[in-house]
Design a protein around this ligand. Structure first.
Ligand SMILES: NC(=O)c1ccc[n+]([C@@H]2O[C@H](COP(=O)([O-])OP(=O)(O)OC[C@H]3O[C@@H](n4cnc5c(N)ncnc54)[C@H](O)[C@@H]3O)[C@@H](O)[C@H]2O)c1
Length: 272
């Protein structure tokens, strides 16, 4: 069998930069798509295509022969309504439609904890907030993520495509603040999650939290485990330093009552 091809959109962004070395394999071609070239040039087994997800016909060409698309491209923070509609909602529709036209039946979509940011931490059940907890977006950005999740559901139901939506917490090399201790997904766990998404047989439509096995976590790991994602890292190693720097989470702070934190009160549509 020849090498399998995996497409990554948003390939010049922070998440893709962490992911690329973790999904590289001798028997895998990685096609990197973004508006601009990545700071770290393509390595052996990687190719770069300058492409906006606004370009449906171009995406159909780029996806030809691919086994899966990992869609990370778009606005990754709060932005104007025009921008989240163009880059996130329309862009994700184009990715799903291009995958369908190109015959790619597995798509991983980058959703976010901000799709459900208005849930109250006091309502988190034992075992964590389920990955399919109803949408309660905290921003226009969060609303765009709810929209891409439902687009994924549509393509899964209509066309039998496998669409896994990752409600990502914070996927950075380390958590930046105390709230991040609940949301962090380590780079290695991110690699494990993507491998699980690529290898789990016939997943259909799934919602899965993108988080590590955090001692202070708020999110269920069960849905990830059901597709073979077994996180191994824990943000607790950063707890002492972050709490010394910022103080503990103030349980009475109204902004921190919600899982979306202060994203529940930032000005709508203004880049943060
Ligand atoms: N990093 C996190 O902690 C986190 C948390 C939740 C969700 N996410 C989601 O994961 C994805 C990746 O996040 P990130 O942190 O790498 O974001 P990022 O902002 O670092 O990277 C996003 C990339 O998408 C590209 N992009 C923007 N519009 C595009 C378009 N129209 N066509 C093609 N490419 C386009 C940008 O050029 C950029 O390189 C995003 O969808 C984000 O919303 C990330």
């Amino acid at each position: 069998m020849g090498a399998e091809t995996i497409v990554i959109t948003g390939a010049s962004g922070g998440v893709a930069t962490l992911l690329r070395p973790r999904v590289r394999r001798a028997d895998r071609e990685i096609r990197l798509l973004d508006l601009h070239a990545p700071a770290r040039p393509p390595e052996v087994g990687e190719t770069f295509v300058e492409r906006s997800v606004a370009d449906l016909d171009g995406l159909v060409e780029d996806f030809a022969g691919a086994r899966a698309v990992i869609h990370l491209g778009g606005k990754s923070r709060e932005a104007s309504a025009a921008d989240v509609i163009e880059h996130n909602i329309r862009g994700t529709y184009n990715v799903l439609e291009a995958a369908r036209r190109a015959g790619v039946d597995r798509v991983v979509l980058a959703s976010s904890n901000h799709a459900v940011g208005f849930h109250d931490r006091a309502d988190i059940p034992a075992g964590g907030l389920p990955a399919d907890v109803p949408a309660r977006p905290d921003t226009l950005y969060g609303w765009s993520k709810v929209s891409i999740e439902s687009a994924g559901r549509l393509f899964a139901d209509r066309f039998g495509m496998n669409v896994i939506c990752l409600r990502i917490g914070v996927w950075f090399s380390s958590p930046a603040d105390v709230r991040g201790l609940a949301l962090w997904m380590s780079p290695d766990d991110g690699g494990r999650l993507i491998e699980a998404c690529l290898s789990t047989p016939d997943p259909g439509y799934r919602l899965v939290w993108g988080v590590s096995r955090n001692t202070r976590g708020w999110y269920s790991l069960a849905e990830g485990e059901a597709i073979g994602y077994h996180p191994q890292d824990d943000s607790e190693v950063y707890a002492e330093e972050l709490i010394a720097r910022f103080g503990p989470l103030d349980e009475d702070d109204p902004e921190l009552r919600r899982v979306g934190g202060n994203w529940c009160s930032i000005p709508l549509g203004e880049p943060n």
